[in-house]
Design a protein around this ligand. Structure first.
Ligand SMILES: Cc1cc2nc3c(=O)[nH]c(=O)nc-3n(C[C@H](O)[C@H](O)[C@H](O)COP(=O)(O)O)c2cc1C
Length: 370
């Protein structure tokens, strides 16, 4: 993929509808109703964590050494055995038909065109099999370990049979306090939400509501037992402390997913970026770490990797691309992210992704070292 980038086309984007992510953002906002926009952008409580996630990125600065620039850095990498054209996954986000009727089907096709992999949530607007059939990159299935263990294993088996390669395990103890959605009377099940919820709404969304909020919670012993019996290797999402990172690895997770769900679970938890360095330092270099919560542009990917992530996951940005122009909007979002990441690598003197380290960051503020 990196070889295919033509620098002239890249700079002027003459044939493209969108020259920047700003244009995609503007179109998305034009296309969505206020209620739909709130579903994409809401956090919980006062949305302090939502703001902190991006403020954390804004506190970092880069070092750009003279005469060390690279004219065509290689953005490719391999994470969890996947060759990626740049270090990114599609984050698992549900209810996506709100943004465009083709939802994760379009997202998968766009991800395939650009050369990255897709995580698919249990709360997607389409059955997991249909999404798997839409492209060759629907590789990680997100599900919650909650409720009846046999039912959970049946769902995991279904994901395996559909061709998924990993399970992304999440935990959701109680319903979230999302005031924008509460004021809008918006429900993911569409019970009292807007009539134009989207034609793709299907059982899985209802299923996740049921599983997450009415069934018994699991403990680490159950998690370890389930991972041992799961038909696919598991990564654990929602890791935000060194303690949980080790608990996840002890339970058998093959990778960690550092995330606070984009500030959508409980407010006033730390910015995900702020907890990343200590987790990487504590688990060592070998454990794969995926990071999300606050990625807004290509240079943010470089910051997250410099602080210890192997790849990032993209949530709201993909929602914007989808709302702006379906499959094309998502593809263009990914291309722009890849190109900005590429130019960032070049300016930082990194010829490849593995060259990113804390050395590319200018005096990380002392309070970041938590
Ligand atoms: C509209 C929306 C729906 C989401 N649904 C899910 C979900 O079903 N399962 C899940 O694990 N995470 C879900 N997430 C969280 C994302 O996977 C990801 O962690 C988050 O978007 C990262 O924050 P950012 O987009 O601000 O960078 C959702 C996020 C959004 C914006």
């Amino acid at each position: 993929m990196a070889e295919k980038i033509s620098r002239i086309d890249d700079r002027y984007a003459i044939n493209e509808k969108y020259a920047t992510l700003r244009g995609i953002h503007r179109d998305a906002q034009r296309h969505l109703s206020e209620v739909e926009w709130n579903y994409l952008w809401c956090g919980t409580g006062d949305e302090v964590t939502l703001k902190d996630n991006t403020a954390a990125f804004d506190r970092y600065r880069f070092v750009t050494p003279l005469f060390a620039g690279i004219d065509n850095p290689d953005t490719r990498t391999n994470v969890l055995g996947f060759d990626l054209s740049f270090p990114a996954f599609i984050a698992p986000f549900g209810g996506e038909a709100v943004f465009h009727p083709d939802g994760h089907l379009a997202i998968g096709r766009a991800a395939e065109a650009v050369g990255i992999q897709q995580m698919v949530p249990v709360a997607a607007s389409f059955p997991l099999e249909d999404i798997a059939a839409a492209s060759s990159v629907a590789s990680v299935f997100q599900m919650t370990f909650v409720g009846d263990e046999d039912a959970v294993m049946d769902l995991a088996e279904r994901a395996k049979n559909a061709g998924y390669k990993y399970l992304c395990i999440t935990y959701s103890p109680v319903r979230q306090w999302r005031e924008r959605m509460m004021e809008d009377r918006f429900s993911i099940r569409g019970e009292s939400g807007p009539a134009n919820f989207g034609p793709g709404r299907s059982d899985p969304a209802a299923l996740v509501e049921l599983l997450e909020f009415t069934q018994p919670r699991w403990n680490w012993q159950q998690v370890a037992r389930a991972i041992a019996h799961a038909p696919l290797p598991c990564i654990l999402k929602g890791v935000t402390s060194v303690q949980d990172a080790h608990a996840a690895l002890d339970a058998g997770a093959v990778g960690l997913y550092v995330s606070n769900y984009g500030g959508r679970t409980v407010d006033r938890t730390p910015a995900a970026l702020d907890v990343l360095p200590s987790i990487r330092k504590s688990v060592g270099q070998e454990i794969p770490i995926i990071f999300d919560s606050g990625i807004r542009r290509g240079s943010d990917i470089a910051t997250a990797l410099a602080l210890g992530a192997d790849a990032v996951a993209l949530g709201r940005l993909i929602g914007l691309g989808l709302a702006a122009d379906g499959e094309y909007g998502v593809r263009r979002t990914l291309e722009l992210l890849q190109r900005e990441f590429w130019t960032t690598l070049g300016h930082l003197g990194c010829s490849q992704v593995g060259d990113l380290s804390e050395a590319v960051l200018y005096h990380p503020p002392a309070d970041m070292a938590r």
